[in-house]
Design a protein around this ligand. Sequence first.
Ligand SMILES: Nc1ncnc2c1ncn2[C@@H]1O[C@H](COP(=O)(O)OP(=O)(O)O)[C@@H](O)[C@H]1O
Ligand SMILES: [Mg+2]
Length: 256
Amino acid sequence: MNIQLIKKVEEIVGEVKRFIPLDEQGCTSIVQKVRTKNGCFLLKSSFEEKYREWLRNEAQVLEKLNHQKQISVPKYYGFIEEKLGSHLIMSYEDGITLTKALEQAKCKTEKQSLIRSFGSFLQQLHETKILESQNHHSDWLDSQLVKANGYVERGQTEGNFQLLEKLKSNKPSPVKQTFIHGDCTTDNVLVVDGEVKIFIDVAGMTVGDPRYDVSLAISSFFNDEELKDSFYEGYRRYNVSKEEFIYFDEGLYEFF
Ligand SMILES: Nc1ncnc2c1ncn2[C@@H]1O[C@H](COP(=O)(O)OP(=O)(O)O)[C@@H](O)[C@H]1O
Ligand SMILES: [Mg+2]
């Protein structure tokens, strides 16, 4: 890490004792635990244009959520943009991803309990009241399709124009928009004491289509009926159909 960056980080968190790379890394960033005498922080850095933009969005989302308690996310401390990279500083949360917790679970019952808790945690988000100041009133799916188009044009995605056209002409009939996480896989929630308690990786958190969250949430256990049942024991507001699941998880998600 360059000295200027360390200085900028220290302006925000105070003197740094150590930067410790995390064992679990994401796909769009490098994450490090920052140990200081005031406690620990998380430094998330991205270097590619697309991911730097996502990180800037994540910083804006976290900053806006700093003064509320309904949606559980890390606390925002600062965002640093340098010529070659962008860096977000947030609270370090003691927890493990749900993916890891499921791997470590000793039996099916433990897995079911984790997944049930994931369902009810997501339900809570989808039922959070949207304040007028938070509602942009635009159609989330339309704007995602526009974004996807830009990514295809710039070669920034695995999705292609053919799939995009299919998605544009086969939009599922609309449902009421809610707060959504926007990338709600088992990688992007943290488990504390056996329960899903914190959303991370929140660049896509906005008002949008809740079926996108549910589809991504159940994707890693879609073919396991028992685990899916457990999810819906926690998430009671809506069951996504097979068609909706395919549209969102195998379709739209390809572009992001
Ligand atoms: N605030 C946090 N506190 C503790 N660990 C975190 C925090 N945010 C992220 N992590 C860890 O870093 C990993 C990558 O973070 P994530 O935001 O999901 O990055 P990416 O966008 O690259 O997927 C996560 O899987 C998690 O283990
Ligand atoms: Mg992630």
